[in-house]
Write a protein that binds this ligand. Sequence first.
Ligand code: PEP
Ligand code: MN
Length: 359
Amino acid sequence: MKDLKPLFPDLPNVRPIVIAGPCSVESEDQVMTTARQLAADGIKIFRGGIWKPRTSPGGFEGIGEIGLPWLKRVKEETGMLVSTEVATRAHVELALNAGVDMVWIGARTSANPFAMQEIADALKDFGKDIPVLVKNPVNPDLELWIGAMKRIYNAGIHRLGAIHRGFSTYGKHLYRNMPQWHIPIELQRRYPDLPIFCDPSHITGKRELIASVSQQALDMNFAGLIIESHCDPDAAWSDKNQQVSPEVLNVILNTLVLRDETSSTENLTLLRQQIDRINDELLELLARRMRVTCEIGQYKKEHKMPVIQQTRYNDLMERLVKNGEELGLTEDFVRNILVAIHEESVRQQLEIVNGKNPS
Ligand code: PEP
Ligand code: MN
């Protein structure tokens, strides 16, 4: 994905790009009322789900294609670009024939390579240059997410974006879909030109948390936000707990603080130089530690000792957790680092004991 193109070349280059609209298109009235209010507040891209991938049968599965002319009316009357979710070839054809400007692919669909390929082929056959946003798959698998986007890219769609909407977990949690920020951050590291959106509505599942998650996304320099907004959220046919009225959305957007990524002060530069030096030192220390690990591996091999001595590992862990706390490091942080270091040490010692590593 080397030649990514701007998603919305005709829109002013603002940050964050905001996409807003109801979870589901329900009626012409609901769509038009919501869209007029959003447009009056300066929203330029409207979302509305026509086909809804519901977890259980019997829920509202979307109004279907009769809703497409309503999106067209939104476009004609408000000038906003309109977008909807597609999950099959038929959806792509119906949406594009109805003049939809952008499509997104949902989390249940992006987890399925067959569905992704079908959508990619349909987009290619249609041959229209539209932006496509791909939500992260329900499971935290970066390669699967990238694979889904590559299928779209290989179909000739270079106006491509990603949406972080959190990941499914079992049981009750603060968030409906837990965000795992390091995954979109790694995605951005690999594809610096890929615009990444945050979907605080599907991450949180709760209106009250949308502002704080949106702010976190901006702090991490996401390109945009996709937020569910409904003219009467409590009466929404789907996802009502996480939808906000256009007025509330406006308040949320106005309270967000945009950090300026280019204003790097002298102090910041100096602090970053310190971080760079410390990182180099950390790497050197780790390398030294690994060399000692290998010597111990050699000793264990010669004395026919097992690689893992559980009590030694437990003692070491407890001692460092305690020392770490005194230094202001949280227990989780210290444990996570030690687990990673220990895993690598065990792997290297096993290679020595099994004769793969000559050292
Ligand atoms: C949606 O955007 O309405 C939707 C169904 O989202 P997700 O695929 O993230 O669950
Ligand atoms: Mn929804």
